[in-house]
Design a protein around this ligand. Structure first.
Ligand SMILES: Nc1ncnc2c1ncn2[C@@H]1O[C@H](COP(=O)(O)OP(=O)(O)OP(=O)(O)O)[C@@H](O)[C@H]1O
Ligand SMILES: [Mg+2]
Length: 256
């Protein structure tokens, strides 16, 4: 079943000069897929994710999630849509530092005016499933980056969204913490069939996905699927990146 359909998505930013960022992207993502978007810096990855996230408005084209076009909604309906259907994971975690782990995790539920006892029970269940229950009473500033990212994944999952959107979720992490975060996202995808769309510069992180879509200069460039073998998939991702070009830093980063 198609969960997300992007049709001829064009995004321009207008200022003194108009910048054409996305130049007609077509994409279909099936329910339960785990997809990475890769491409050189400035190719439009974050812009694409922000349009899907409804944080940015397409210039033209359509984005349908479960057949709904949220970009046609008014402000209130859009806020409900975003809260109910989407879960967000950011490079810098976006957790509220003065609050505890469990308070951050239940935050999305408080907006639905859920009873505190129900919220806490749900948070406890999910924290246990994700292996982070021992962190429940820590404050965010007491966590490592890898721990903080696993908390933010828990927060993104708490209301069972249809789609998780992650922009560079391992961008601030060393390879060990990145591995733990990718294993968690991959387990959630496999065990709970959470559809996940992730932007990454990192070939190793991308190799946890089932499909990698490459974009270049705001256009679809190529895509590859995970076959039988994750190591071979990783090598293929590196090969496409080397053809794609971009900053040398990206290729170095990918190679760990
Ligand atoms: N609000 C904005 N106004 C004007 N131009 C913008 C805006 N946001 C992004 N751009 C431009 O759009 C292009 C694509 O930006 P985007 O952030 O989507 O790239 P990216 O692929 O995510 O890059 P990176 O890998 O560096 O994160 C860039 O040239 C950028 O300067
Ligand atoms: Mg970006």
């Amino acid at each position: 079943m198609t969960l997300l359909e992007i049709k001829q998505l064009v995004k321009n930013y207008s200022g003194e000069v108009t910048v054409e960022v996305l130049k007609g992207i077509d994409l279909k993502i099936q329910k339960g897929e785990f997809v990475a978007i890769m491409g050189p810096s400035g190719s439009g990855k974050t812009t694409l994710l922000n349009c899907v996230a409804t944080l940015d408005q397409p210039t033209s084209g359509k984005i349908l999630l479960e057949g709904e076009n949220p970009h046609e909604y008014n402000k209130n309906k859009l806020a409900d849509f975003r809260r109910q259907k989407l879960g967000f994971v950011f490079q810098n975690y976006n957790l509220l530092a003065p609050l505890t782990v469990v308070e951050n995790i239940v935050l999305p539920l408080t907006l639905d005016r859920e009873k505190p006892s129900v919220m806490l029970k749900e948070a406890e269940r999910l924290m246990t499933e994700l292996g982070i229950a021992h962190l429940r009473n820590k404050r965010i500033y007491q966590l490592s980056g890898g721990e903080a990212q696993r908390i933010s994944i828990c927060r993104a999952l708490i209301h069972n969204p249809s789609l998780i959107l992650a922009d560079e979720p391992t961008g601030n992490l060393d390879s060990k913490a990145a591995n733990a975060v990718m294993e968690l996202l991959s387990a959630m995808n496999q065990e709970r069939q959470v559809t996940t769309l992730m932007v990454t510069h990192d070939a190793f992180s991308a190799s946890f996905c089932n499909r990698v879509i490459f974009i270049k200069d705001g256009r679809f460039y190529n895509e590859i699927y995970l076959g039988e073998d994750r190591d071979a998939f990783y090598q293929k991702i590196l090969t496409v990146l080397s053809h794609l070009g971009g900053r040398s830093r990206e290729l170095l980063q990918a190679d760990y």
